[in-house]
Design a protein around this ligand. Structure first.
Ligand code: TUI
Length: 301
Protein backbone atom coordinates (compact mmCIF):
# COMPACT_ATOMS: atom_id res chain seq x y z
CA UNK A 1 0.00 0.00 0.00
CA UNK A 2 1.18 3.49 -0.87
CA UNK A 3 1.15 6.06 1.92
CA UNK A 4 -0.63 9.36 1.36
CA UNK A 5 2.64 11.33 1.35
CA UNK A 6 3.81 9.33 -1.69
CA UNK A 7 0.50 9.93 -3.47
CA UNK A 8 0.64 13.69 -2.85
CA UNK A 9 4.39 14.27 -3.05
CA UNK A 10 4.67 15.68 0.48
CA UNK A 11 6.65 14.68 3.60
CA UNK A 12 3.88 13.54 5.94
CA UNK A 13 0.72 11.50 5.20
CA UNK A 14 -1.39 14.30 6.68
CA UNK A 15 -3.95 16.66 5.11
CA UNK A 16 -4.97 19.84 6.91
CA UNK A 17 -8.77 19.98 6.90
CA UNK A 18 -10.20 22.81 4.78
CA UNK A 19 -11.98 24.47 7.68
CA UNK A 20 -14.65 27.04 6.71
CA UNK A 21 -13.74 30.68 7.49
CA UNK A 22 -10.41 29.51 8.92
CA UNK A 23 -8.27 27.78 6.31
CA UNK A 24 -7.07 30.71 4.20
CA UNK A 25 -4.14 30.72 1.76
CA UNK A 26 -1.63 31.75 4.42
CA UNK A 27 -2.62 28.91 6.77
CA UNK A 28 -2.68 26.36 3.94
CA UNK A 29 0.82 27.45 2.88
CA UNK A 30 2.04 27.13 6.49
CA UNK A 31 0.69 23.56 6.66
CA UNK A 32 2.24 22.67 3.30
CA UNK A 33 5.57 24.20 4.36
CA UNK A 34 5.40 22.11 7.55
CA UNK A 35 5.27 18.96 5.41
CA UNK A 36 1.55 18.17 5.19
CA UNK A 37 -0.93 19.05 2.47
CA UNK A 38 -2.44 22.46 3.20
CA UNK A 39 -5.98 23.13 2.03
CA UNK A 40 -7.80 26.40 1.39
CA UNK A 41 -11.38 26.08 2.64
CA UNK A 42 -14.05 27.73 0.48
CA UNK A 43 -16.66 27.79 3.27
CA UNK A 44 -17.30 31.46 4.02
CA UNK A 45 -15.52 32.72 0.89
CA UNK A 46 -16.76 34.25 -2.34
CA UNK A 47 -15.21 33.51 -5.74
CA UNK A 48 -12.91 36.57 -5.72
CA UNK A 49 -11.61 35.67 -2.26
CA UNK A 50 -10.86 32.15 -3.42
CA UNK A 51 -8.82 33.49 -6.38
CA UNK A 52 -6.87 35.77 -4.04
CA UNK A 53 -6.22 33.06 -1.47
CA UNK A 54 -4.96 30.64 -4.13
CA UNK A 55 -2.53 33.31 -5.38
CA UNK A 56 -1.49 34.08 -1.81
CA UNK A 57 -0.86 30.42 -1.05
CA UNK A 58 1.24 30.04 -4.21
CA UNK A 59 3.31 33.09 -3.23
CA UNK A 60 4.07 31.54 0.18
CA UNK A 61 4.92 27.95 -0.73
CA UNK A 62 6.37 25.98 -3.60
CA UNK A 63 4.93 22.78 -2.12
CA UNK A 64 1.68 21.07 -3.18
CA UNK A 65 -1.53 22.47 -1.70
CA UNK A 66 -5.23 22.05 -2.35
CA UNK A 67 -8.68 23.60 -2.17
CA UNK A 68 -11.69 22.16 -0.35
CA UNK A 69 -14.96 22.93 -2.11
CA UNK A 70 -17.87 23.17 0.33
CA UNK A 71 -20.68 21.76 -1.81
CA UNK A 72 -23.53 23.33 0.20
CA UNK A 73 -22.10 26.76 -0.70
CA UNK A 74 -24.21 28.69 -3.27
CA UNK A 75 -21.02 29.49 -5.24
CA UNK A 76 -19.81 25.86 -5.43
CA UNK A 77 -20.14 25.82 -9.26
CA UNK A 78 -17.91 28.88 -9.53
CA UNK A 79 -15.39 27.46 -7.07
CA UNK A 80 -15.20 24.35 -9.24
CA UNK A 81 -14.42 26.52 -12.29
CA UNK A 82 -11.77 28.50 -10.41
CA UNK A 83 -9.77 25.46 -9.27
CA UNK A 84 -9.64 24.27 -12.89
CA UNK A 85 -8.70 27.72 -14.23
CA UNK A 86 -5.98 28.11 -11.55
CA UNK A 87 -4.68 24.56 -12.00
CA UNK A 88 -4.88 23.79 -8.29
CA UNK A 89 -3.03 20.46 -7.81
CA UNK A 90 -5.44 18.82 -5.33
CA UNK A 91 -9.18 19.31 -4.74
CA UNK A 92 -11.19 17.88 -1.87
CA UNK A 93 -14.95 18.29 -1.56
CA UNK A 94 -17.25 18.16 1.44
CA UNK A 95 -20.86 18.27 2.59
CA UNK A 96 -22.31 16.70 -0.54
CA UNK A 97 -21.85 14.70 -3.73
CA UNK A 98 -19.31 16.19 -6.21
CA UNK A 99 -20.32 13.88 -9.12
CA UNK A 100 -21.19 16.72 -11.50
CA UNK A 101 -17.69 18.21 -11.27
CA UNK A 102 -15.66 15.01 -11.51
CA UNK A 103 -15.17 15.04 -15.29
CA UNK A 104 -13.88 18.61 -15.45
CA UNK A 105 -11.53 18.03 -12.50
CA UNK A 106 -10.14 14.87 -14.06
CA UNK A 107 -9.72 16.54 -17.48
CA UNK A 108 -7.69 19.28 -15.77
CA UNK A 109 -5.37 16.68 -14.22
CA UNK A 110 -6.43 17.56 -10.69
CA UNK A 111 -6.01 14.98 -7.91
CA UNK A 112 -9.60 14.66 -6.61
CA UNK A 113 -10.26 13.47 -3.07
CA UNK A 114 -13.92 13.79 -1.98
CA UNK A 115 -14.89 13.61 1.68
CA UNK A 116 -17.46 10.87 2.24
CA UNK A 117 -19.49 9.99 5.31
CA UNK A 118 -20.79 6.67 3.93
CA UNK A 119 -19.31 3.76 1.94
CA UNK A 120 -21.92 3.93 -0.84
CA UNK A 121 -20.88 7.42 -1.96
CA UNK A 122 -17.22 6.35 -1.88
CA UNK A 123 -17.97 3.51 -4.29
CA UNK A 124 -19.91 5.79 -6.63
CA UNK A 125 -17.13 8.41 -6.69
CA UNK A 126 -14.50 5.75 -7.32
CA UNK A 127 -16.43 4.78 -10.45
CA UNK A 128 -16.34 8.44 -11.57
CA UNK A 129 -12.56 8.63 -11.20
CA UNK A 130 -11.88 9.85 -7.65
CA UNK A 131 -8.17 9.37 -6.87
CA UNK A 132 -8.81 8.68 -3.18
CA UNK A 133 -11.50 9.41 -0.60
CA UNK A 134 -11.45 10.93 2.85
CA UNK A 135 -13.66 8.88 5.20
CA UNK A 136 -14.70 11.38 7.86
CA UNK A 137 -16.31 10.06 11.03
CA UNK A 138 -18.66 12.02 13.25
CA UNK A 139 -15.96 12.69 15.87
CA UNK A 140 -14.90 15.58 13.67
CA UNK A 141 -15.91 19.20 14.00
CA UNK A 142 -18.30 21.07 11.74
CA UNK A 143 -20.75 19.33 9.43
CA UNK A 144 -20.82 15.59 10.20
CA UNK A 145 -22.34 12.35 9.01
CA UNK A 146 -23.80 9.48 11.03
CA UNK A 147 -20.93 7.00 11.36
CA UNK A 148 -17.86 6.99 13.57
CA UNK A 149 -14.34 6.84 12.17
CA UNK A 150 -13.86 3.38 13.75
CA UNK A 151 -16.75 1.93 11.71
CA UNK A 152 -16.62 4.11 8.60
CA UNK A 153 -12.96 3.70 7.62
CA UNK A 154 -12.92 -0.12 7.36
CA UNK A 155 -16.28 -0.16 5.59
CA UNK A 156 -15.07 2.39 3.02
CA UNK A 157 -11.80 0.42 2.63
CA UNK A 158 -13.82 -2.73 1.89
CA UNK A 159 -16.01 -0.89 -0.61
CA UNK A 160 -13.29 0.69 -2.81
CA UNK A 161 -9.90 -0.05 -4.37
CA UNK A 162 -8.61 3.53 -4.19
CA UNK A 163 -6.67 4.89 -1.18
CA UNK A 164 -8.70 5.89 1.88
CA UNK A 165 -7.75 8.74 4.21
CA UNK A 166 -9.18 8.72 7.74
CA UNK A 167 -10.59 11.87 9.35
CA UNK A 168 -12.46 12.61 12.57
CA UNK A 169 -10.98 11.91 15.99
CA UNK A 170 -7.31 12.03 15.02
CA UNK A 171 -4.94 14.25 16.97
CA UNK A 172 -1.98 12.13 18.10
CA UNK A 173 0.21 9.19 17.18
CA UNK A 174 -2.08 6.59 18.80
CA UNK A 175 -5.01 7.65 16.64
CA UNK A 176 -2.76 7.96 13.59
CA UNK A 177 -1.58 4.37 14.01
CA UNK A 178 -5.14 3.24 14.65
CA UNK A 179 -6.21 4.89 11.36
CA UNK A 180 -3.48 2.97 9.50
CA UNK A 181 -4.60 -0.22 11.24
CA UNK A 182 -8.15 0.39 9.96
CA UNK A 183 -6.77 0.46 6.42
CA UNK A 184 -6.19 4.17 5.83
CA UNK A 185 -3.11 5.43 3.95
CA UNK A 186 -3.02 8.69 5.87
CA UNK A 187 -5.13 11.12 7.87
CA UNK A 188 -6.82 14.49 7.71
CA UNK A 189 -6.82 16.63 10.86
CA UNK A 190 -8.52 19.89 11.77
CA UNK A 191 -9.23 20.40 15.46
CA UNK A 192 -5.65 19.76 16.60
CA UNK A 193 -4.48 22.51 14.23
CA UNK A 194 -6.79 25.12 15.78
CA UNK A 195 -4.36 25.54 18.69
CA UNK A 196 -1.34 26.48 16.59
CA UNK A 197 0.29 29.92 16.29
CA UNK A 198 -0.22 29.68 12.52
CA UNK A 199 -4.01 29.19 12.74
CA UNK A 200 -5.73 32.51 11.95
CA UNK A 201 -8.56 32.29 14.49
CA UNK A 202 -9.18 34.61 17.43
CA UNK A 203 -7.20 33.84 20.59
CA UNK A 204 -10.46 33.26 22.52
CA UNK A 205 -11.34 30.43 20.10
CA UNK A 206 -7.91 28.80 20.63
CA UNK A 207 -8.27 29.08 24.40
CA UNK A 208 -11.78 27.59 24.29
CA UNK A 209 -10.42 24.56 22.38
CA UNK A 210 -7.59 24.15 24.91
CA UNK A 211 -10.04 24.34 27.82
CA UNK A 212 -12.67 22.02 26.33
CA UNK A 213 -13.16 18.39 27.35
CA UNK A 214 -14.06 15.87 24.67
CA UNK A 215 -17.74 15.88 25.62
CA UNK A 216 -17.95 19.66 25.24
CA UNK A 217 -18.02 19.17 21.45
CA UNK A 218 -21.79 18.83 21.02
CA UNK A 219 -24.01 18.50 17.94
CA UNK A 220 -26.55 21.10 16.85
CA UNK A 221 -28.98 20.62 13.97
CA UNK A 222 -29.52 16.88 14.33
CA UNK A 223 -33.27 17.23 14.13
CA UNK A 224 -33.21 19.62 11.17
CA UNK A 225 -30.89 17.35 9.19
CA UNK A 226 -27.71 19.49 9.21
CA UNK A 227 -25.74 18.14 12.15
CA UNK A 228 -22.80 20.38 13.06
CA UNK A 229 -20.33 19.68 15.89
CA UNK A 230 -19.37 22.76 17.89
CA UNK A 231 -18.15 23.60 21.39
CA UNK A 232 -20.97 23.87 23.93
CA UNK A 233 -21.80 27.50 24.82
CA UNK A 234 -24.75 29.87 25.17
CA UNK A 235 -25.52 29.55 21.45
CA UNK A 236 -25.62 25.73 21.44
CA UNK A 237 -27.71 25.55 24.64
CA UNK A 238 -30.26 27.97 23.18
CA UNK A 239 -30.18 26.25 19.76
CA UNK A 240 -30.69 22.75 21.14
CA UNK A 241 -33.48 23.96 23.46
CA UNK A 242 -35.35 25.63 20.60
CA UNK A 243 -34.69 22.67 18.31
CA UNK A 244 -36.24 20.29 20.84
CA UNK A 245 -39.20 22.65 21.21
CA UNK A 246 -39.84 22.25 17.49
CA UNK A 247 -38.45 25.54 16.14
CA UNK A 248 -38.35 25.65 12.35
CA UNK A 249 -35.23 26.04 10.21
CA UNK A 250 -35.72 29.79 9.78
CA UNK A 251 -35.90 30.40 13.54
CA UNK A 252 -32.81 28.26 14.13
CA UNK A 253 -30.86 30.12 11.46
CA UNK A 254 -30.95 33.15 13.77
CA UNK A 255 -28.36 31.35 15.90
CA UNK A 256 -26.11 30.06 13.16
CA UNK A 257 -26.16 32.88 10.63
CA UNK A 258 -22.74 34.45 10.77
CA UNK A 259 -22.01 32.71 14.05
CA UNK A 260 -18.87 30.96 12.81
CA UNK A 261 -17.52 34.32 11.67
CA UNK A 262 -18.27 35.78 15.11
CA UNK A 263 -16.23 33.01 16.74
CA UNK A 264 -13.33 33.07 14.27
CA UNK A 265 -12.88 36.81 13.78
CA UNK A 266 -14.41 38.48 16.87
CA UNK A 267 -13.60 35.79 19.44
CA UNK A 268 -17.23 35.73 20.58
CA UNK A 269 -17.24 32.50 22.59
CA UNK A 270 -20.81 33.02 23.89
CA UNK A 271 -22.93 33.41 20.76
CA UNK A 272 -20.29 32.31 18.23
CA UNK A 273 -20.16 28.88 16.62
CA UNK A 274 -16.85 27.34 17.72
CA UNK A 275 -16.66 24.36 15.42
CA UNK A 276 -14.40 21.66 16.86
CA UNK A 277 -14.20 17.87 16.97
CA UNK A 278 -14.03 15.51 19.93
CA UNK A 279 -10.22 15.61 19.96
CA UNK A 280 -10.54 19.05 21.62
CA UNK A 281 -10.17 17.09 24.88
CA UNK A 282 -6.59 16.20 23.89
CA UNK A 283 -5.50 19.70 22.89
CA UNK A 284 -3.71 21.19 25.91
CA UNK A 285 -1.36 23.89 24.60
CA UNK A 286 -0.39 25.97 21.61
CA UNK A 287 2.13 24.11 19.44
CA UNK A 288 3.48 24.86 15.98
CA UNK A 289 2.01 23.02 12.98
CA UNK A 290 5.41 21.37 12.47
CA UNK A 291 5.37 20.04 16.06
CA UNK A 292 1.80 18.74 15.66
CA UNK A 293 2.66 16.89 12.43
CA UNK A 294 5.86 15.40 13.92
CA UNK A 295 3.93 14.27 17.02
CA UNK A 296 1.12 12.67 14.99
CA UNK A 297 3.50 10.69 12.79
CA UNK A 298 5.78 9.78 15.72
CA UNK A 299 9.04 10.41 13.88
CA UNK A 300 8.33 7.75 11.27
CA UNK A 301 8.17 9.94 8.17
O1 TUI B 1 -17.92 19.52 5.22
C1 TUI B 1 -17.46 19.13 6.25
N1 TUI B 1 -17.41 19.88 7.35
C2 TUI B 1 -17.87 21.17 7.44
S1 TUI B 1 -18.53 22.11 6.20
C3 TUI B 1 -18.75 23.37 7.22
S2 TUI B 1 -19.45 24.88 6.73
C4 TUI B 1 -20.98 24.83 7.46
N2 TUI B 1 -21.36 25.91 8.11
C5 TUI B 1 -22.55 25.98 8.69
C6 TUI B 1 -23.42 24.92 8.64
C7 TUI B 1 -23.04 23.79 8.01
C8 TUI B 1 -21.78 23.73 7.40
C9 TUI B 1 -18.29 23.07 8.44
N3 TUI B 1 -17.81 21.85 8.54
N4 TUI B 1 -16.92 17.89 6.35
C10 TUI B 1 -16.97 16.98 5.26
C11 TUI B 1 -18.19 16.18 5.31
N5 TUI B 1 -18.84 15.83 4.26
N6 TUI B 1 -18.81 15.71 6.40
C12 TUI B 1 -19.91 15.02 5.98
C13 TUI B 1 -19.90 15.11 4.61
C14 TUI B 1 -20.80 14.55 3.66
C15 TUI B 1 -22.14 14.41 3.92
C16 TUI B 1 -22.99 13.91 2.95
C17 TUI B 1 -20.29 14.20 2.41
C18 TUI B 1 -21.13 13.70 1.46
C19 TUI B 1 -22.46 13.57 1.72
O2 TUI B 1 -23.20 13.07 0.73
C20 TUI B 1 -24.56 13.31 0.69
C21 TUI B 1 -25.04 12.96 -0.69
O3 TUI B 1 -25.57 13.87 -1.34
O4 TUI B 1 -24.80 11.83 -1.11
Amino acid sequence: MKYLNEILGVRYPIIQGGMANIANGTFAAACSNAGGLGLIGTGGMNPDMLREEIDKCRSLTDKPFGVNIMLMHPAADEFAEIVVEKKVPVVTTGAGNPAKYMESFKNAGIIVIPVVAAAILAKHLESLGADAVIAEGCESGGHIGEMTTMTLVPQVCDAVNIPVIAAGGIADNRQFRAALALGACGVQVGTVLLATPECPIHENYKNAVIKAKGNDAVVTGRIGGTPVRVLRNQMTREYIKQEKAGADKMELEKFTLGSLRRAVFDGDTKTGSLMAGQTCGQVKEIRSVADVFADITGGEF
